[in-house]
Design a protein around this ligand. Sequence first.
Ligand SMILES: *[C@@H]1O[C@H](CO)[C@@H](O)[C@H](O)[C@H]1NC(C)=O
Ligand SMILES: *[C@@H]1O[C@H](CO)[C@@H](O)[C@H](O)[C@H]1NC(C)=O
Ligand SMILES: *[C@@H]1O[C@H](CO)[C@@H](O)[C@H](O)[C@H]1NC(C)=O
Length: 308
Amino acid sequence: MKFIYAASVLLATCSAHPTKRITQAPSMLNITDADILQYALTLEHLEDKFYREGLANFTLEDFKKSGFNEVLYKNLKEVSYDETTHVSFLTQALTAANATPVAECTYAFGVTDVHSFLATASILEGVGVSAYLGAAASVMEKLYLTAAGSILTVEARHSAYLRKANKQSPSPQAFDTPLTLDQVYTLAAPFIVSCPESNGMLPVKAFPMLSVTPEADCIATNKTIVLQTKEPVAVEYNEKFYAAWISVTGPTFVEAKLESGNKFSTEVPVGFHGQSYVVITKKEGSVTDDDVIAGPAALEVLGANGEK
Ligand SMILES: *[C@@H]1O[C@H](CO)[C@@H](O)[C@H](O)[C@H]1NC(C)=O
Ligand SMILES: *[C@@H]1O[C@H](CO)[C@@H](O)[C@H](O)[C@H]1NC(C)=O
Ligand SMILES: *[C@@H]1O[C@H](CO)[C@@H](O)[C@H](O)[C@H]1NC(C)=O
């Protein structure tokens, strides 16, 4: 929450920069199915621990005091059980493929109360959907693809349920967003404190973190937002930057103006609603590892009429 969702918004002008849509460059990675299963297991461990820890932190009474009922509490237990089951399923699949399944890591979720637990749960489920969706095209073995698909659909229902619990539209747009392994890892990495050495290295890397400040209730189409990197960005003379908003049909590029060492101001393009993902890149046209400066950041974009 504090990292991937920390956000700041400038409610300045509402005029739009021109936007451009170009197909996303294919990934150069040639990863094996075992790599993808390990990657999926890494994420499932994170989700599994998240729910078990949250349900240990907060009792039914805590949920009731925060305005939620027993039905929600029971359903969260089911969600938690699903994630535990995904972990054992992937663990078994890897063992059967003669690989050593990655183990659970140590995490810092930054949850302080029932509301931040549910908000973070919703973000994690959304990222989970985008992770399975983005990895699908790299899966070679059809049986794995069906298995991954059967997890993806369940994560999507978790996401819809949690969005509804957080008073957000359960399905805010017609398409979900595929994210690459590196993009997902960038969003997951801030939650991971350390992992057992025996886990080895996944063939993924995290880009520098990108956040939106302050946390926004008012990120909406055509609004100016400020995207912030942790470190100052090195700039060459006359260099331009772009915010690339990821979508299944390819990114939408919007100019991102470097206002100070690490703050870019940019506008939310038309066509995004709900949990959305944006990276800062040096090139318009395609999103490649070499050109990405930071991100993605995960943002919640309001609908055209301000609805969640
Ligand atoms: C990627 O890996 C697959 C499976 O190992 C292999 O058949 C294929 O030739 C590889 N492609 C490239 C571009 O290396
Ligand atoms: C559980 O509580 C600890 C201590 O307050 C907190 O650091 C952690 O983020 C919480 N985790 C969840 C998932 O609620
Ligand atoms: C955003 O700006 C575009 C172009 O100026 C305009 O057509 C559209 O109606 C605006 N949408 C919203 C929700 O403000």
